[in-house]
Structure formats: C-alpha cells, structure tokens
Design a protein around this ligand. Structure first.
Ligand code: HEM
Length: 255
C-alpha cells in the first residue's frame, strides 16, 4: 500500500466547481482495481486549500496500472483544469505508526467489561457440560476453563491483554484445539449455545454489537474446527486477534 497526497490551492470562487469535478472523477477512481480508497478534504482555516488522499495498492500499480490504464482518461478529463492548482503531489509510505483513538468504545467496553464475559462463559459452559453433542468433548475440562475463555474473549474484543500475559496467548489456545477433530455439527452447537448464553446473561442486543460478536464467533469457531483436524498445520505463533466493529460501529449522526 502507498498513500498519495495531492495538495491543491483553488481560488475560493472555483471551489464548488472543483468539488463537483472531483465528485465526477471519483467514479473512474472508484472503479480502478489499483485504488484502495480515497478522500478529498477541504481546509477549514483556508477554504481554498484541499488535500486529496488516495491509497493505492502500490506506487508501481498507480503509475503503470492506473495512469496507463483505460480509466485514467475519464478521471483526468474532469480534473485537468485544476492541474495548475497543485502544490504537492507525492507518494508516502506507511511507517507503521497508526491506530485508533478512543472516540468509539471497544466491543469489550460496550459489552460491559471483564465481568460481562465472565458471566457469559460461566453460563455457556454450564450448558456445554450438559449438552449431548459437545458435552463429552469437555468431560475433562479444567475448572478454570470458563474464566480462561472469558480472558481470551475480553482480549479479542479490545480489553486488557491478560490471556497473552497470563495464559500463554495464541499458542496455548491453539494447542488446546489441536487433534480434537471438531465436526461441523459440534461447531454449530458451540455457536448456538454461546449465542443462547449471550441472551441469557443480557449481553448488549443492539444490531451493531451482535453483528460484530457473531462475526468473531463464526470466524473463531471455523478456525478452531480447521485447526483441530488430523494433520492440520496451523500457524504456530501469532498474536491474539483483535476484533472491532467492522463496517457498522455505533451510529452517530453527523452534526
Ligand atoms: C471462537 C471460538 C473459540 C474460542 C474463542 C475458543 C477458546 C478456547 C480457549 C481460549 C481455550 C484454552 C483455554 C485455556 O487457556 O486453557 C480452548 C480450549 C478448548 N476448546 Fe475452544 N474455543 C473456540 C471454539 C471451540 C469449539 C468450536 C470447540 C468444540 C466444539 C472447542 C473446544 C475446546 C476444548 C475441548 C478445549 C479444551 C478444554 C479443556 O479441556 O480444558 N473450542 N478454547
């Protein structure tokens, strides 16, 4: 990935035409397979200042693919009148310094923190132990198991990294599934019982939280099933995954 920044200084009286031209140019840009995403922003302090940010798959694919490809003509036709207004046009490589702020709560906070996940796994494993299909898999379960899985879930959903620090992180979790030969009916029962338990303990039931929660549970259980098959060779070392809101964070109307 590479980020291109184009800085414009447009006479204020041309602003609306400039923005309209970019709204049209956005169509061929969005259709380009080399373009990851783009955004045009306008300077608040100096309203003639604009920055266009385009993330490309690579500088090479931008310059050789897009620029020499079939969509560039339609894109450039719209913005040609503003080429002389460009003050800077360069590619910038990511440095790895990036992250999210705290404006949006984590799924962990939204769920109610560590206690919420502890309540969830207590009730869940009570049901699991009595279940005809998956109960036998857990017959020799460590008494601390519900608490360990609560630690895992808390960490995944944005809470403190306790499973990594205190319980051996991803490699330990993985080692617990290896060779178990989990079948699809068992995986599905695990999911069903967890979702029942989520209702029973009153985890937030809003569409956004549940969509993210179920997304992780589907992903995680399908991985657990794959990793548990005879002869599976999963990645041995990895961090505990972190799961976020995805495409639907809590909705905040724009003011
Ligand atoms: C999102 C999906 C899953 C998560 C997050 C998860 C999490 C975990 C964790 C963290 C452990 C290790 C606990 C420890 O530190 O000792 C574990 C162990 C285990 N898991 Fe899973 N698991 C998932 C799916 C499944 C599924 C689908 C099954 C089977 C139907 C399963 C069966 C087991 C069993 C049998 C153990 C060993 C329990 C014991 O003997 O103590 N897991 N799981």
């Amino acid at each position: 990935m590479i980020v291109e920044y184009i800085r414009y200084r447009v006479p204020e009286e041309s602003s609306s035409e400039f923005e309209a031209a970019y709204r049209r140019a956005a169509k061929p840009l969005a259709d380009a397979p080399e373009c990851v995403d783009y955004e045009l922003t306008r300077c608040v302090e100096e309203p003639g200042g604009y920055i266009l940010r385009i993330t490309w798959t690579s500088a090479e694919e931008h310059l050789r693919g897009f620029r020499e490809g079939p969509l560039f003509g339609a894109f450039f036709a719209e913005i040609r009148p503003y080429v002389s207004a460009i003050e800077e046009m360069r590619h910038y490589a990511p440095t790895g310094v990036r992250g999210q702020g705290s404006a949006v709560p984590s799924l962990y906070e939204w769920a109610g923190g560590a206690e919420a996940f502890e309540r969830l796994t207590e009730v869940f494993y009570d049901h699991v132990k009595k279940d005809d299909l998956i109960g036998p898999l857990f017959a020799g379960m460590d008494p601390g198991h519900p608490a360990y899985v609560a630690m895992w879930l808390s960490e995944v959903f944005g809470g403190p990294a306790r499973y990594t620090r205190e319980r051996g992180g991803y490699p330990h979790m993985l080692s617990q599934h290896i060779g178990k030969g989990i079948g699809e009916p068992q995986r599905r029962r695990w999911v069903n019982l967890l979702l029942d338990a989520a209702d029973e303990v009153g985890l937030p039931a809003d569409p956004e939280f549940r969509a993210a929660f179920v997304g992780y549970v589907e992903w995680g259980t399908r991985l657990a099933l794959a990793n548990s098959q005879p002869g599976a060779t999963p990645i041995a070392q990895a961090p505990v995954p972190r799961w976020g809101w995805g495409v639907a964070p809590p909705y905040v109307p724009e003011s």
